[in-house]
Design a protein around this ligand. Structure first.
Ligand code: F6R
Length: 262
């Protein structure tokens, strides 16, 4: 795992977007794993600008999102399909047929989850998975105690997560769906590369637990420590509780692989 600390959320999002740009340029038919949430909005704004300004080409890439709320249709402005269309897919030249999210309206959620796993496998697996971390320590919607070997399935959302996401539902926690379909921790760990973006002081404590604490199912994001190619990009606010901060800064400044990003 590498931790890259940037001065603020703007610079952290910029670095994440540039890394995605580099991977997409190197492999135009890349399979991208995508995330939603407030943290990612800046990244998608930047990717859309790279498309407009520099011709960043999404035509051959395929995408798989981490999760979708159960019971929300694609047309619902709170659904993650709506979010993705609005923040990214409608603003770049991706073939919409190559973009995938679990279907929150599926009659049979278990079959939907199995089908989603099969689609990822048929695509050859995920090359680069983008991730945020929730205040509950979740990645995707893998709430505390999710098995590290879990695969795509439907999960109940904790009160912490429903509270975290209430601002997107007009601050009405009762309107936040109670369940979601989510890739499992095991599905996420199968991606060939992970890019985690965490910003803001509300995430400082959970970030420290995830990357410096014990590997425990109680903090799903601690599973990231098991991945062989995981980059965690954070801003100073989120980094506030990291004990190894100075070492991480030194590594970033001295690793040749980061020369283009410093
Ligand atoms: C979203 C997702 C979640 C979010 C996390 C952080 O698809 O899977 O794990 O990445 O809840 O959300 P924000 O960025 O809104 O703080």
């Amino acid at each position: 795992m590498e931790i890259i600390i940037q001065p603020d959320r703007e610079r952290a999002s910029d670095l994440a977007a540039r890394l995605i740009q580099a991977r997409l340029r190197a492999k135009p038919d890349i399979v991208l794993g995508l995330a939603t949430g407030r943290t990612m909005e800046r990244v998608y704004t930047k990717l859309a600008a790279m498309h407009r300004r520099d011709g960043l080409d999404f035509r051959r890439c395929r995408t798989f999102n981490l999760d979708e709320y159960v019971g929300l249709a694609a047309s619902d402005e709170h659904s993650y399909r709506y979010y993705m269309n609005h923040h990214l897919f409608d603003r770049v030249d991706v073939d919409i047929d190559n973009t995938h999210l679990p279907d929150g309206m599926a009659q049979d959620v278990k079959a939907e989850a199995r089908g989603y796993e099969a689609l990822i496998e048929q695509a050859g697996g995920i090359d680069l998975q983008l991730l945020g971390i929730g205040e509950s320590g979740h990645i995707g919607f893998n709430e505390p105690l999710s098995a590290f070997r879990s695969r795509t399935r439907d999960k109940a959302l904790t009160p912490t997560t429903r509270r975290q996401n209430a601002p997107m539902f007009g601050n009405r926690i009762e309107d936040v769906p109670e369940r979601a379909l989510t890739m499992g921790v095991g599905t996420i760990l199968d991606a060939r590369e992970l890019l985690v973006l965490v910003t803001g002081s509300a995430k400082a404590a959970i970030l420290a637990k995830a990357v410096e604490g014990p590997i425990a199912a109680l903090v799903s994001a601690s599973a990231l420590q098991l991945h062989a190619n995981c980059k965690v990009v954070v801003d100073e606010d989120a980094a506030a509780e990291l004990k190894g901060r100075d070492d991480y800064v030194w590594m970033f400044e001295n690793e040749p692989e980061w020369a283009a990003y410093r």
